[in-house]
Ligand binder design. Structure first.
Ligand code: TRP
Length: 364
């Protein structure tokens, strides 16, 4: 059995005025899920190709959890795309490419339910009662939403931007997931999901007093933040990312163009030499070794030698994934079938949850 090296934590940022004291599922750096007690939901927006930051940050952990036997749901959050842009550009293509990256990385559609949330009507209907449980002031205070508004290219902020964390609560709660592997930026949203679950349960208990929804917990990756080729956070929208599906030549070119510094001596010093250290970290994650050790080996051979090492490490590490990816890419029909099967399973669960919700609410 593989062990996911992730840490569970309660949401660090409280997006509501009522601070909740979340129990933590594990307090050590090593989290081994008990398959019988965990149901995981995670997701991505279909806006482009997944890159190395996604891979080391969350994708690898999802595959580990799946392989531990944990039930896994992966939502492709298509409605979330139109929170900060007018049109979801090339949506079908981006959605299929996400499936392609997931399968290439090792998610198994027989064990993991992969679906687009627009294909699951009952999930979306949960948004209505859930919105009644959250105040406008709380929506206004969400730090991640505020940050996204600050970076948005839109001249006006739309209503979906303010309410999407509640929609995300529906993504999580429709299948009663209790474990959500996320990055730091998603912690306020997880707190919204916890608040919605708690308030729903208080307001609408079952006749026997039982609760409809579990309180989901965050599972934070302990993979350090991966820097892009410009020294900033690796991100699709910054053009500094190395996509999982890039060719070996494209990978080499991207790394050759990465920013470094003039010091020929290579050492791991994230504070004073972020670009060189970011590259070392990438090689270290690929080789499963310490970045200091790799720095030592390169010594004073300079940035060109460092870049060769990083390129070889990335290309070698990703070779099996990319081989699988290329095979899968020849059959788009299979990718669409995976989405249809996932939507069918997700719909059955969402319908049952919505029936339960309407029953405790007096069939509204
Ligand atoms: N908001 C997440 C992101 O931008 C994607 C997402 C949608 C998600 N629904 C989710 C993540 C539910 C975790 C749980 O990456």
């Amino acid at each position: 059995m593989t062990t996911a090296t992730t840490t569970t934590t309660e949401a660090a940022t409280t997006a509501t005025s009522e601070a909740t004291t979340a129990e933590t599922a594990a307090s050590t750096a090593t989290f081994t899920a008990d398959p019988a007690t965990h149901r995981v939901l995670t997701g991505d927006r279909p806006t482009g190709l997944l890159h190395l930051g996604h891979y080391f940050g969350t994708l690898r952990n999802r595959v580990r959890l799946q392989n531990q036997g944990v039930e896994m749901f992966v939502v492709i959050a298509d409605y979330q795309v139109i929170t900060d842009r007018d049109i979801a550009d090339r949506l079908a293509e981006h959605t299929e490419n996400l499936v392609l990256d997931y399968l290439a990385a090792g998610l198994d559609p027989d064990r993991a339910t992969i679906f687009a949330h627009s294909a699951v009507p009952a999930l979306n209907q949960l948004l209505l009662p859930f919105l009644s449980l959250v105040s406008v002031a709380e929506l206004n205070r969400n730090p991640t939403v505020k940050d996204e508004i600050a970076h948005s290219r839109q001249s006006a902020v739309n209503g979906l931007m303010f309410t999407y964390p509640v929609h995300q609560a529906a993504d999580i709660l429709f299948c009663k997931a209790n474990l959500v592997p996320v990055g730091q930026d998603q912690l306020p949203h997880l707190e919204v999901a916890r608040t919605v679950a708690r308030r729903f349960n208080e307001r609408y208990p079952h006749v026997d007093g039982g609760a409809v929804f579990p309180a989901p917990q965050a599972l934070l990756s302990d993979a350090p933040l991966l820097l892009g080729t410009d020294g900033g956070k690796m991100s699709k929208s910054r053009g500094n990312a190395i996509p999982l599906g890039a060719t070996e030549d494209e990978t080499a070119r991207a790394i050759r163009g990465a920013r470094t510094d003039a010091d020929r001596r290579i050492d791991y010093d994230p504070v004073n030499r972020p670009e060189v250290s970011g590259l070392l970290l990438l090689a270290a994650l690929c080789q499963d070794r310490a970045p200091e050790e790799i720095a030592e080996e390169i010594g004073d051979r300079g940035a060109a030698a460092l870049k060769r090492t990083v390129t070889d490490s990335v290309n070698e590490h990703l070779r099996p994934l990319r081989t699988r990816r290329a095979e899968l890419a020849t059959d788009r029909g299979h990718l669409r079938q995976v989405l249809r099967d996932g939507a069918e399973r997700a719909n059955a669960i969402a319908d049952a949850t919505l029936d339960e919700v309407r029953a405790v609410m007096g069939a509204i």
